[in-house]
Design a protein around this ligand. Structure first.
Ligand SMILES: NC(=O)N[C@@H](CC(=O)O)C(=O)O
Ligand SMILES: [Zn+2]
Ligand SMILES: [Zn+2]
Length: 429
């Protein structure tokens, strides 16, 4: 079956926009043809021709840090609802975290996730497995068996691995299996009972603060352990100036460390929190302006490799418990691209190709995926974006079960309008 996406704007290797017809066949990108070529010359046998005049086509976005909540927390999200939400946001591959119930610490849970994702048949779902059983930090899981079942890496996201020897043992085994260790960096002893960052907001509201060191102390420790074990060490949701500095130094001496940053940590600081509204509560918390600047700088100089959403849906009831009692986390799929496009590309701070690469080719490179590039022979995972479309964020319109976002009402440009996975249209506005 031949599909043609005609007259699409695509980014070339230099980041310039070119007009192309994109031919898809059997789930794969067959070729990109200059749009000067008449459609009548290439459309023989095409079962579907989509006019993409005036629209940008990019490789499908890849999100290496998401929470789909199934099994166990289906009231927050399911693999199906999360996949739909991802597709609407332009994502075609998502990697889901193991803090489910049961925790993804056994091959059976990996198999269940892959089965459910397959049944949903929307986006590609890549499961992470837990480092420790039940994410309790006491006993390692069976890495070899989890890899065999389809896990793509190991992480206790949601909590930090508190014991250094445990982390070192995990890294040694993962290195032997050529698998990455992905770390939620947080030293519990420095955090106890805090819900927002240490800073002006915490002071004003008489709240205990989460200090920057609670993140960076793990980053520093784990870099040393990665050096000792040779593992590919990937840092989750970097949010502090100190972490950026440590990762930059580690990279400069050749340690195999990579890192991710979330849109909210690039766009918001603690100064933006309007009040005690838990839609502004996430882990790591919104930090100071200085930290935001350091994260942006880190992304620009390659210290931070990729952008992830850390899509973390919770129910309205849970979030209504208020800043101190509500769970940490905000949804991310359906606002990520327009948010970053509006804040950084429209304003002339970043090239469009810089943003697109951090959400496509770079995550694919960091995690060894075959997708993320718009070239012949690659899977036909594509996103169509209307860069001129402008609308305000309406959580009621989200396909995610979670409506917990600090961006409600924000007026944004650059909305995804169609998404294909393996050549199949999985979402269309
Ligand atoms: N990021 C969050 O604020 N919450 C995540 C956990 C996590 O990513 O650490 C969640 O599972 O809700
Ligand atoms: Zn985390
Ligand atoms: Zn997370």
């Amino acid at each position: 079956m031949l599909t043609i996406i005609a007259n699409a704007s695509v980014l070339d290797h230099q980041g310039n926009l070119e007009k192309k017809h994109i031919l898809l066949q059997d789930g794969v990108i067959k070729s990109l043809v200059d749009a000067q070529v008449k459609l009548s010359d290439i459309q023989d046998g095409a079962s579907d021709i989509i006019d993409a005049e005036g629209k940008l086509i990019t490789p499908g976005f890849i999100d290496m840090h998401v929470h789909l909540r199934e099994p166990g927390f289906e009231h927050k999200e399911t693999i199906e609802s999360g996949s739909r939400s991802a597709a609407k946001g332009g994502f075609t591959t998502i990697a889901c975290m193991p803090n489910t119930r049961p925790v993804t610490d056994h091959p059976d849970v990996i198999k269940l996730i892959l089965e459910k994702a397959n049944q949903a048949g929307i986006v590609k779902v890549l499961p992470y497995a837990a480092i420790t059983k039940n994410e309790l930090g006491r006993e390692l899981t069976d890495f070899a068996a989890l890899k065999e079942a389809g896990a793509i890496g190991f992480t206790d996201d949601g909590v930090g691995v508190q014991n250094a020897q445990m982390m070192k043992d995990a890294m040694k085994i993962a290195a032997g299996l050529q698998m990455p260790v992905i770390a939620h960096c947080e030293d519990d002893s420095l955090v106890v009972g805090a819900c927002v960052a240490e800073g002006e907001f915490a002071k004003k509201h008489g709240l205990k603060g989460i200090p920057n060191e609670s993140e960076a102390i793990h980053v520093g420790r784990d870099i040393l352990l990665a050096e000792a074990t040779g593992v590919h060490y990937h840092v989750c949701h970097v949010s502090t100036e100190q972490s950026v500095r440590l990762i930059r130094q580690a990279k400069s001496i050749g340690i195999h460390v990579t890192a991710e940053v979330c849109p909210h940590h690039l766009v918001l600081s603690e100064e933006d929190i309007p009040g005690l509204d838990a839609n502004w509560k996430m882990n790591p918390p919104l930090r100071s302006k200085r930290d935001v600047e350091a994260c942006i700088e880190g992304l620009l100089d390659g210290t931070l490799d990729i952008i992830v959403t850390d899509h973390a849906p919770h129910s309205a009831e849970e979030k209504a418990k208020g800043m101190e009692l509500a769970p940490f986390g905000i949804v991310g799929f359906e606002t990520a691209f327009p948010l970053l496009y509006t804040k950084f590309v429209e304003t002339g701070l970043w090239d469009l190709s810089f943003l697109v690469q951090r959400m496509t080719a770079d995550p694919a490179k960091v995690f060894g995926l075959n997708s993320g590039l718009l070239e012949a022979g690659r899977p036909a995972d594509l996103t169509m974006i209307d860069l001129d479309a402008e609308k305000s964020v309406d959580p009621e319109q989200f396909l995610s079960k979670g409506h917990n976002t600090p961006f409600a009402g924000w007026n944004l440009k650059g909305w995804p309008v169609k998404t294909w996975v393996d050549g199949k249209l999985v979402w269309s506005e």
